[in-house]
Design a protein around this ligand. Structure first.
Ligand SMILES: [Zn+2]
Ligand SMILES: [Zn+2]
Length: 370
């Protein structure tokens, strides 16, 4: 009896352990007027030089809390060609049913793969990758655009193509002038390109951060330690059309390593929706110390450094608001003036929220003092 119970238990546990899969949401809040969608628009499969089947990409995206992905197999580089039927749309078609079933928005894409210049470009929201296989790279981009593509320059500072310096070439001006370059990867795989951030501002390009993953995602980004690079898209709703519109309107920020990079108009509401004072007003007096509790409900640690000397009170100069934790910040009265101040302002810069090259975002944490 015990034996059969144990074997039943074993069968049950086995079934459960095989079936159980978990999705870990990425905790970065929506901002007023928009949902914050977590996306990776640069992914490979066995249909080009990747090592996994398209449906696995969907499973990885689901487990890692993404809303949308684009599979972007190379048109011109397919080392498994002898083993695969030649159809540049297949990776999308194979992944689509599982994507629909699991609520992952799958965007049809491809990588136009040329030497520098112009290097590699991703075209997403296309309708037929086969038609983009043409000799002339400019014509390839034109065909993608005719299909409705949003086109971005991949890994502009990739050392294999730009070993000395990350340069903008004439060919990029040509593409840009013709409306055939709409965005740029400021982060790819594990590389950050500050030049791309600068160009995105000067030339009105949308910034993106993508994994460009070839192997199983966990090989490169162990979820216990880190996360894959993510493009945050601020969209009116969770749909393909809304993502496209948001990309065209430059409504993105990027999340990689421990950093968020993007315009202040996006990062500020993210910070405000994430970091909230959860303690009572302090009633601070001279020579007394009180604690302010700040809860950070996001997955991003906010690394704060004070920027201002306050009058009548002092506060912690360096503090990290840990992700999904509540942090104590001590505030001390330095003179009797503190009693007359109804609000104590803790002024910081957030060193890992980057709003321009060499510039991080400033915040003020306002503490009620009654
Ligand atoms: Zn590439
Ligand atoms: Zn690639």
């Amino acid at each position: 009896m015990i034996r059969s119970f144990l074997s039943l238990l074993f069968v049950f546990l086995f079934v459960v352990s095989v079936k159980a899969q978990y999705r870990k949401e990425i905790q970065i809040p929506d901002i007023p007027g928009y949902v914050t969608l977590k996306c990776d628009f640069h992914i490979h499969t066995v249909f080009s030089d990747g090592s996994v089947w398209p449906t696995i990409r969907v499973r990885e995206a689901w487990e890692q809390g993404l809303d949308a992905i684009a599979i972007t197999d190379h048109i011109e580089y397919r080392p498994h060609a002898d083993d695969m039927k030649k159809d540049l749309n297949r990776s999308y078609e194979i992944a689509k049913p599982l994507a629909d079933q699991s609520g992952i928005i799958l965007i049809r894409g491809t990588e136009i793969t040329r030497k520098m210049p112009p290097g590699h470009l991703n075209a997403i929201f296309i309708t037929d990758a086969n038609k983009i296989e043409v000799d002339d790279w400019f014509e390839a981009c034109k065909e993608a655009k005719n299909q409705g593509a949003f086109i971005f320059w991949n890994h502009p500072g990739w050392k294999a193509q730009q070993p000395e310096k990350t340069l903008w070439w004439e060919e990029h001006t040509r593409l840009h002038d013709a409306g055939l370059m709409n965005g740029i990867e400021a982060y790819n795989s594990d590389e950050y390109y500050p030049e791309a951030l600068q160009w995105s501002r000067e030339k009105s390009l949308t910034i993106l951060a993508n994994s460009d993953i070839h192997d199983p995602i966990g090989y490169n980004y162990n979820p216990a330690v880190t996360h894959r690079p993510v493009t945050l898209v601020f969209a009116a709703e969770r749909s393909v059309d809304a993502i496209k519109k948001a990309l065209e309107n430059r409504q993105t920020a990027i999340y990689f390593e421990d950093k968020l990079v993007g315009e202040q108009k996006f990062l500020e509401p993210i910070f405000k929706a994430s970091a909230k004072i959860v303690s009572a007003p302090v009633s601070l007096e001279n020579k007394k110390t009180k604690y302010v509790m700040v809860h950070n409900s996001s997955d991003v640690d906010f690394v704060l450094k004070s920027t201002q000397n306050s009058v009548g009170y002092g506060y912690k100069k360096e503090v990290t608001l840990k992700a999904n934790r509540t942090t104590l910040i001590d505030v001390s009265g330095k003179s009797d003036e503190v009693k007359n101040q109804s609000v104590l302002k803790l002024e910081y810069e957030v060193t890992n929220l980057i709003i321009a090259p060499e510039e991080c975002m400033k915040v003020v944490i306002e503490v009620a003092n009654k």
